[in-house]
Design a protein around this ligand. Structure first.
Ligand code: SF4
Length: 79
């Protein structure tokens, strides 16, 4: 929960990093992303993931890309 709150705070503040941008680009090309109306409240670094969630956890991608806890890191980001 703390990881999610920290990630949400960073995304709302627009505290983008090279790593969050790299993750966003991977998510943009992922078939597991899905458009959801409730994910529009947070601005993404790139338009291709804005308003999308990861269907594995239903987290807005714009927020998820800031995760730091190992259990929240996507395997696709670690390749
Ligand atoms: S977090 Fe991973 S599984 Fe989810 S959309 Fe991004 S790349 Fe795909």
């Amino acid at each position: 929960m703390i990881d999610f709150i920290n990630a949400l705070t960073k995304s709302l503040k627009g505290n983008h990093t090279k790593e969050s941008l790299r993750r966003s680009e991977i998510c943009a090309a992922c078939p597991l992303k899905e458009k959801r109306f409730y994910a529009d409240f947070v601005k993404a670094e790139i338009k291709e993931v804005e308003g999308y969630v990861c269907t594995l956890c239903d987290c807005p991608i714009a927020t998820k890309v800031f995760a730091t806890e190992k259990k929240h890191l996507c395997q696709n980001w670690l390749k």
